[in-house]
Design a protein around this ligand. Sequence first.
Ligand SMILES: [Cu+2]
Length: 136
Amino acid sequence: MLKSEIGLLRFFAIPILLSLGLSKALSAEDFAHSTECKQTEKSLQFQCLFVLEQSNTRVSGAEIMMSASMPSMPMAHKFKSIPLTEVLENKGIYEFMFSLDMYGVWELAYDINKPKRTRVFEKLRFKKSGAVNKLK
Ligand SMILES: [Cu+2]
């Protein structure tokens, strides 16, 4: 892991992240999940953490791919899906970094292959200021 990534993880303050509450996914009744993103020093590039739980227990060893699209502009953006990497010292928390080609509302789709094949979604607003807000 890069030094800058470790610093970023510290920034995320994982206990705060967990206290925000995990959203229930409609498409995968027993998975709960939550995404937190922060813009890196590069504009439009984001570092994110994804927490995955099942029956109130964090899920370790999951295989997850993420792809993003803009609900308001279907087909307008090409996004190559990327794998998530489990944070070694925080089981059940996965990290990933990606670049978008514009700010706005994006829907992140997580394809989970292990422990159970399913797909869950989260909608986030990525702002030019670097702020990222969750949307319902
Ligand atoms: Cu767009």
